[in-house]
Design a binder for this molecule. Structure first.
Ligand SMILES: Nc1ncnc2c1ncn2[C@@H]1O[C@H](COP(=O)(O)OP(=O)(O)OP(=O)(O)O)[C@@H](O)[C@H]1O
Length: 334
């Protein structure tokens, strides 16, 4: 991919951060209760987040519903002003320098589109040239490259409202990237997509990061996105950071039990044995969370049930993040 981006200097640990947040916070004041007895209550959606993202990183920003992910993203993109703290994105103060910032960042919200609903995709993408004042030759070259990489050709003439979700997402990504932003902010980029579309988008993002050095910050509930894309994950819970580090460190920081998957000869009530807690039943298949040596639990299950098959599952990232959300973070967090 060729870039129309201005030079950003050297990447690496000494390069200027793309995102620098220190003690970032955002409160909302809510009015609650019945008429005449209304009370004001302050909710801290984001509370003291300190985070540095360096050029070329792909960072997954994870957290349970209501944790403060969207509020953080809105502050980073200048939509929402912080209540407190220091925030710079590509050296700019987002809420005060929103127009300049728009020229340096690309934003895609998986659940919303920035494309013109009634226009053919091609026309929507042509309009971005004027919004970002991209020179015509640069725009044409980059559009041709993105069209090829994201295979937009067959539906460039289709009105946006007739596109499938996966096609629309590829169109939205193109619109966000035509001005070659340094930072791409993605909110749930693969939500609702089928397996093939998810994979196309993930491979494209990896290529964008490797070939252009584009920094990517994404929120997602899809742990496939995290495992494929993010070397670093930041977990936010109730407005504060719960973890910032590598995926391996995240796995190590949470004591997640191994799970024994038991296939019985016939459906049965949840198995109750010492050292194995039944956490899920689906027909004849049951999932037991182990608190003891698997061999001992297997022998107890086999004594009482007719077992057809057994599989031992090591904790995956999904289990680790679920445990983290349940508040079982060990001391390895931030
Ligand atoms: N405009 C607002 N007014 C009042 N409260 C708000 C507003 N926006 C967010 N909040 C509250 O702030 C908290 C964080 O919300 P936020 O949308 O940032 O979380 P989230 O991590 O993005 O959640 P989800 O994964 O469900 O999108 C929630 O308690 C939410 O109700």
């Amino acid at each position: 991919m060729t870039s129309v981006r201005e030079s950003t200097g050297p990447a690496g640990p000494d390069a200027e951060p793309v995102v620098e947040a220190v003690g970032l916070g955002r409160d909302f004041v809510l009015t609650e209760g019945p008429f005449l007895r209304r009370r004001r209550r302050t909710v801290s959606a984001v509370d003291g987040v300190t985070l540095t993202v360096r050029p070329g990183e792909i960072v997954g920003y994870l957290g349970p519903n209501g944790a403060g992910k969207s509020s953080t993203m809105k502050m980073l993109t200048g939509i929402l002003a912080p209540t407190r703290g220091h925030l710079r994105v590509t050296g700019l103060e987002p809420s005060r320098q929103r127009t300049r910032l728009a020229g340096r960042i690309g934003v895609v919200f998986g659940q919303r589109t920035t494309l013109w609903w009634d226009l053919p995709l091609r026309d929507s993408l042509a309009l971005t040239r004027h919004m970002y004042r991209i020179p015509a030759a640069d725009h044409a070259r980059r559009l041709a490259e993105l069209t090829e990489l994201l295979e937009l050709g067959p539906f460039l003439a289709t009105p946006v409202r007739q596109l499938s979700l996966g096609q629309r997402m590829r169109g939205d990504l193109t619109a966000a990237l035509l001005h070659a932003p340094r930072l791409l902010v993605l909110d749930e980029p693969t939500i609702g997509l089928d397996v093939v579309s998810k994979s196309t988008i993930r491979e494209f993002l990896l290529r964008l990061n490797t070939e252009e050095g584009t920094t990517i910050l994404l929120t997602t509930h899809d742990l496939g996105d995290v495992e494929r894309l993010c070397e670093r994950v930041v977990v936010i819970d109730r407005g504060s950071l719960a973890y910032d580090g590598g995926l391996d460190g995240l796995r190590a920081s949470v004591p997640t039990p191994r799970v024994l998957v038991v296939d019985l000869a016939a459906p049965a009530p949840p198995i109750g044995v010492e050292g194995g807690r039944c956490v899920r039943v689906d027909g004849p298949r049951q999932w037991l969370e182990l608190s003891e040596n698997p061999a001992a639990v297997i022998s107890r299950v086999a004594q009482r049930h007719e077992v057809v098959d057994l599989t031992l599952r090591e904790p995956d990232i999904e289990g680790v993040v679920a445990a983290l959300y349940r508040g079982t973070v060990a001391s390895g967090g931030v």
